[in-house]
Design a protein around this ligand. Structure first.
Ligand code: NAP
Length: 239
């Protein structure tokens, strides 16, 4: 799994570990969060390990997979969750912004999926890729163009990989809306920004990591779904 130090990513890693999987995950700039995440995961899945890997650098991705190959016998699931996200007003987008966002999110996801299918195609059992995209890939967010373009690109990659690597590999995506990380979050503690967001969500609440992990488990149990993006956004994409 990539990006397991993230607010949502760490919860997904933990929830998959709870299903009996060993987790091999990447982190990049957050060593402390990585240690904490590994400790939490190893409590339920002691064989789990991690490696530092900058997703914008294909050589580092290849190295991470080489280490994975030495340590683990099989690859059941790639959960591609690593992502860079920040606001970029359209007239001010710099080349560095474009590279930071598009290289990490789109190029990184492409080369991670490419390495994963090299292993998966050699296996005699069905394996799965789930890539995290974003509801914004189907909306027009003018102040996040490199990010939303990177996520729209991932959605297209999902379809190409699903078509190319069927039937051995099922490739799907999850497009979350805004996910709150605080389990004890209460409606009476909403910030103005949250109130504004919630007003745009037909189901009148932010999402939770549990909403997303349920979809991951559903895809892990399904064997007749490929090339699909599941939006988990409380209806946000309906406009
Ligand atoms: N949370 C939400 O509300 C939400 C909404 C829509 C979509 N999503 C998607 O869901 C996924 C998980 O979200 P999240 O909340 O966990 O994100 P997050 O908290 O922003 O975490 C981002 C993760 O990506 C890693 N990362 C960033 N740049 C990297 C790089 N250059 N190389 C390698 N790893 C890098 C980070 O690792 P380090 O910290 O170690 O650098 C971290 O693990 C993402 O794909 C995100 O786009 C989330």
């Amino acid at each position: 799994m990539t990006g397991a130090t993230g607010g949502l990513g760490s919860e997904l890693a933990l929830s998959i570990a709870g299903q009996g999987y060993s987790i091999f995950f990447t982190w990049n700039a957050s060593p402390q969060k990585a240690e904490e995440t590994l400790e939490r995961i190893q409590r339920v899945s002691p064989a789990s390990e991690m490696i530092r890997c900058d997703m914008a650098k294909p050589k580092e991705i290849q190295h991470a997979f080489a280490v994975f190959g030495e340590k683990f016998g099989r690859l059941d699931l790639l959960l591609a969750s690593a992502s860079n996200f920040y606001r970029t007003t359209l007239p001010d987008v710099s080349e560095a912004d474009w590279d930071n966002l598009v290289d990490t999110n789109l190029k990184g996801t492409f080369f991670t999926m490419q390495e994963a299918v090299k292993i998966m195609r050699r296996q005699s059992f069905l394996s799965r890729i789930i890539a995290m995209t974003d509801v914004s890939a189907d909306l027009v967010w003018k102040s996040f163009a490199p990010y939303t373009v990177s996520k729209a690109g991932i959605q297209h990659l999902i379809k190409i990989f699903a078509r190319e690597f069927a039937p051995q590999v099922l490739v799907n995506g999850i497009a979350p809306g805004t996910i709150t990380r605080h389990a004890d979050w209460r409606h009476d503690e909403q910030t103005f920004e949250e109130q504004d967001l919630i007003a745009k969500i037909p189901l009148h609440r932010l999402g939770s990591p549990l909403d997303i992990s349920r979809a991951v488990h559903f895809l892990l149990e399904s064997d007749y779904i490929t090339g699909q993006i599941i939006s988990i956004d409380g209806g946000r994409v309906l406009g």
